[in-house]
Design a binder for this molecule. Structure first.
Ligand code: WTA
Length: 656
């Protein structure tokens, strides 16, 4: 393949519905008009460092910084010389204000009628007691602590307690296997693991402690395991190593002064999968990360004291870090947390929660939205969703059909939608509408956040023309950026800073339209090259899903002698439709009509479900393997439901 073929990505999706911000919403918003956004953006673009300094000044610093940025590519240090504490900013600051007895966390367990409210004062007490418990086990500033917990308030207490004493946490999603725990805990040499006996998921109890028990056998650095009693399932406690949470906090002081930490002190490591090899430990530090999480929470979600903000992400993902555990609390907001599944006990659980707690802002993922769409309008229609004033999405490109459904059925055609593009690596939202300011168009994350300078480039670093696809890059350092990959700085340089000279390579394909709006076309490793044309899988999927009969679709490339790559589609149909050859033809024609015959799938496999990671991302790598070789040999440890893959494999065998 000629190099120039690899350097551009063809874009084929056209969408021209524009939604202007609602006037009343704009009047009350932090950023009130597109002109205001552009003014702030342009000023920040001229001097990003000055902009970020002005944001950081609204946080509490024990000692001010002397140098705002030290940049030696690819390493950034922000607010150098400054001393601060994330937990102090999220909790202590609010205690001297009217927020002291305000709800910080409203939590609902999966079993019904289980609700807890934690005020800022109570949050302070719980975090301090637990921080003192960690200290009593010998945890010191700089030690690493693993957190493997269900979505309960104690997960946030644990994160905040680590931040308070300067221990670096690594949260491991509660659905991961013992092997995944072992790899992560050993990679960053954790001293303590914090877990629970079990957590609820779809009415069942996940035996978390049992999973930790089998991991910890091969984790030589772990000295102690702290176990929260949550589900009441039976566990074995090893004398000397294992401690019950309630016993270890009993009698502990509710004062634990927040450590005055260097701005660059490591706050957390979060592991994320690359396309190949072992997970990467993305390192985030203190002052810069907090600055990004704080201001994006405030402006993107237009957070006000009256809001009840529900981000449905688990704390095991970056979204649960920045928009559950840290960003909203730094703003003194009320965060809603829900432990369980959206379809337990019925498909309307989310809407029931929104109605009962009068949730005002809902932030969730396209995969969830597509599931709701598939389940049908009757579930949201059972509930009064009029408290909602703003909706958000994150995690993958949202296809316009799902966007429109979210807008109409959940948002009552009234709520702005913020489609937010960012990554574990970026720590906070990078490209997004501001809800009172930015006219939105379904399917685009619109413009960069102030202080964020992005570009679309080819491999040589040349900027793309309007509507010309290319690689999404970030060209100037910003406070919440990752600092390195834990223990592997070489991989950090290689992965992010070597693909294109002098810029951060995000790994996503994108284009910029004539409005300057960014359209994310999916990961570049999900790009398919058909007859020399590079097509983003997301666009083809979006076209498939725009057909009435299709609930969900994934598209991958497989080698083809003539075209370079052929497009293989995997499609889940809406309940009332049945797979057939006619249907296959109809869908191929539909894609040809929507995008052009170039993008027409070569073959379509109908499936009851798609293989997904536990965070809901479609595992295209597996589908690609399946489409190419008819079997899957690679690592499947992060797969949510193995039976999906088994069925697909059988179907493929049947075809062969
Ligand atoms: C994808 C999640 C399109 C993208 C915060 C990115 C998106 C990866 C969007 C990061 C969006 C995230 N539109 N694509 N609004 N948001 N992505 O690390 O491919 O779990 O590179 O962080 O998700 O996923 P991660």
């Amino acid at each position: 393949m000629a190099e120039n073929e690899r350097t551009s990505i063809e874009s084929v999706l056209n969408e021209d519905r524009v939604f202007e911000p609602d006037e009343e919403f704009s009047r009350g918003a932090h950023i009130k008009s597109f002109e205001e956004y552009e003014r702030i953006y342009d000023e920040a673009a001229k001097d990003p460092v000055a902009f970020w300094e002005s944001v950081a000044e609204s946080l509490h610093w024990f000692e001010p910084w002397h140098t705002p940025l030290v940049w030696t590519e690819p390493h950034a240090k922000w607010f150098v010389g400054g001393k601060t504490n994330v937990s102090y900013n999220c909790i202590d600051r609010h205690l001297e204000t009217y927020r002291r007895n305000k709800a910080a966390i409203i939590w609902e367990g999966e079993p019904e009628d289980e609700i807890r409210t934690v005020t800022y004062q109570q949050l302070f007490n719980e975090v301090c007691r637990f921080a003192n418990a960690l200290k009593s086990l010998g945890v010191e500033k700089g030690d690493r602590v693993a957190i493997y917990m269900p979505m309960v308030p104690e997960a946030v207490f644990a994160m905040q307690a680590c931040a308070r004493i300067g221990a670096t946490h690594t949260v491991i999603f509660g659905g991961f296997s013992a092997d995944a725990i072992k790899d992560r805990v050993n990679d960053c040499a954790c001293k303590v693991i914090i877990t629970a006996d079990g957590g609820y998921r779809r009415g069942k109890v996940l035996p978390l402690k049992e999973t930790v028990d089998s991991a910890v056998e091969s984790c030589p650095t772990v000295e102690s395991v702290i176990v929260l009693k949550r589900a009441g399932n039976e566990v074995t406690m090893r004398e000397g190593r294992d401690h019950w949470w309630h016993q270890i906090v009993a009698g502990k002081n509710t004062e634990c002064p927040a450590e005055k930490l260097d701005s660059e002190h490591p706050l957390f490591i979060l592991y994320t999968s690359g396309t190949t090899g072992k997970p990467k430990g993305i390192l985030h530090t203190t002052g810069g990360y907090l600055t990004g999480a704080y201001i994006t929470s405030k402006w993107v979600f237009d957070l006000k004291d009256e809001d009840t903000f529900w981000c449905t992400a688990d704390v095991g993902w970056i979204t649960g870090h920045s928009y559950v555990a840290y960003g909203p609390l730094a703003n003194g907001s009320t965060v809603l947390m829900y432990e369980g599944a959206p379809n337990y006990p019925d498909f309307d659980r989310f809407w029931d929660i929104v109605e009962r707690h009068r949730v005002t802002i809902l932030y969730t993922a396209p995969t969830a939205i597509r599931a709701f769409l598939k389940w049908g309008d009757e579930y949201p229609e059972r509930h009064d969703l009029s408290s909602l004033r703003l909706l958000g999405t994150v995690g993958e490109p949202i296809n316009p059909e799902a966007w429109m459904w979210y807008h109409r059925v959940i948002g009552g055609s009234r709520c702005p939608i913020v489609d937010t593009w960012w990554q574990t690596e970026t720590g906070s939202i990078m490209i997004t509408p501001l809800p009172g300011a930015t006219p939105t168009v379904p399917g685009t994350a619109t413009r960069p956040f102030p202080g964020i300078i992005v570009d679309i480039q080819d491999r040589s670093g040349k900027s793309a023309e309007v509507d010309e696809g290319g690689f999404l890059t970030i060209t100037h350092p910003y406070p919440s950026m990752l600092r390195t990959i834990w223990g592997d700085d070489e991989r950090y340089r290689k992965q992010y800073w070597s693909e294109i000279p002098n810029v951060y390579f995000a790994g996503d394909g994108a284009r910029r339209d004539k409005r300057g709006y960014y359209w994310i076309m999916g990961r570049v490793d999900d790009v398919i090259n058909v007859s020399g044309h590079r097509l983003g899988t997301a666009e083809i999927e979006s076209a498939l899903v725009s057909h009435d009969a299709v609930a969900e679709a994934a598209v991958v490339g497989r080698p083809d002698e003539i075209k370079g790559q052929a497009i293989a589609a995997f499609v889940t149909l809406e309940g009332r439709h049945k797979p057939s050859e006619e249907m296959e033809e109809v869908l191929k024609k539909h894609v040809a009509k929507e995008i052009g015959s170039l993008a027409k799938p070569h073959d379509i496999t109908f499936t009851e479900a798609l293989p997904k990671t536990r965070s809901g991302k479609i595992m295209r790598r597996l589908l690609r393997e399946l489409a190419t070789t008819g079997e899957v040999k690679g690592d499947v440890t992060t797969l949510e439901d193995f039976s999906v893959l088994e069925k697909l494999r059988e179907d493929e065998d049947g075809e062969a």
